[in-house]
Write a protein that binds this ligand. Structure first.
Ligand code: PGA
Length: 251
């Protein structure tokens, strides 16, 4: 089963317009010959510029969140229709920072995946356990539940489109990476949970990313694991040279 590697940058709430321009100009030539799929998930305010700058390159642009509604009285939200009009093709759903600070739950994640798929986005769905849950040996249970509820009643037409990012919360932005064994073990749990919902053959088509302090130094080892097909990169996506090292993890 060959799944195309996908490295996605999650810029979080970073980069002004001027900084976006600078970073993307540097990045385009550096990753032009990359073997992996390259995505940058930028702040809403940078999407139009990013799409414009990346058109004609191999870099795809995504958003970091999406509303589950297409329009209406939802002050402060951004609809999938608006995002698609701007040219965003991917969307991160249920990032742990959204779950932790902005009240997202497995049920909002579920609604957002449905809306994203209905509007032809490629969703990057995040799951992962907290340190307390890991210490209490609850990782498997937490991941199974997040997948089961997140994907409840979701019919998927094209499994090869779906991306799930396993991000142990204790490894995000901390400089602590899960060991390769820990990452692969948990990612296998994610794949087997997806297999319960969609069957083994379909689950084998779904690309799974690792996220949490992934960088140029550890990307090659993580990517060598059987079930790890990509990375969701925070800190290391903010500098063109650092991100390129992850994108070209195979060098
Ligand atoms: P990090 O963030 O690479 O800075 O740990 C990853 C993420 O939150 O997606």
């Amino acid at each position: 089963m060959s799944r195309k590697a996908i490295i996605a940058g999650n810029w979080k709430m970073n980069k002004s317009q001027a900084e976006t321009k600078e970073l993307i100009s540097e990045l385009i030539p550096l990753v032009a010959d990359a073997k992996s799929e390259v995505v940058i998930c930028v702040p809403y305010t940078d999407i139009a510029m990013a799409v414009n700058m990346c058109s004609g390159s191999n870099i795809k642009v995504g958003a970091q969140n999406i509303s589950w509604a297409e329009s209406g009285a939802f002050t402060g939200e951004i609809s999938p229709v608006m995002l698609s009009e701007l040219g965003a093709e991917y969307v991160i759903i249920g990032h742990s920072e959204r779950r932790q600070y902005f009240g997202e739950t497995d049920s909002t994640v579920n609604a957002k995946i449905k809306t994203a798929l209905a509007n032809d986005f490629i969703p990057i769905v995040c799951v992962g356990e907290t340190l307390a849950q890991r210490e209490k040996n609850q990782t498997t249970r937490v991941l199974r539940k997040q997948i089961k509820l997140g994907f409840e009643n979701i019919e998927i037409a094209d499994y090869s489109k779906i991306i799930v990012a396993y991000e142990p919360i204790w490894a995000i932005g901390t400089g602590v990476t899960a060991s390769v064994e820990e990452a692969e073990t948990s990612i296998k749990v994610v794949r087997s949970s997806l297999a319960k919902l969609y069957g083994r053959a379909n689950a084998n088509k779904i690309r799974l990313q690792y996220g949490g302090s992934m960088n140029g130094g550890n990307a090659k080892t993580l990517m060598s694991q059987k079930n790890i097909d990509g990375g969701l990169i925070g800190g290391a996506s903010l500098k063109a040279v650092d991100f390129t090292k992850v994108v070209k993890y195979y060098d």
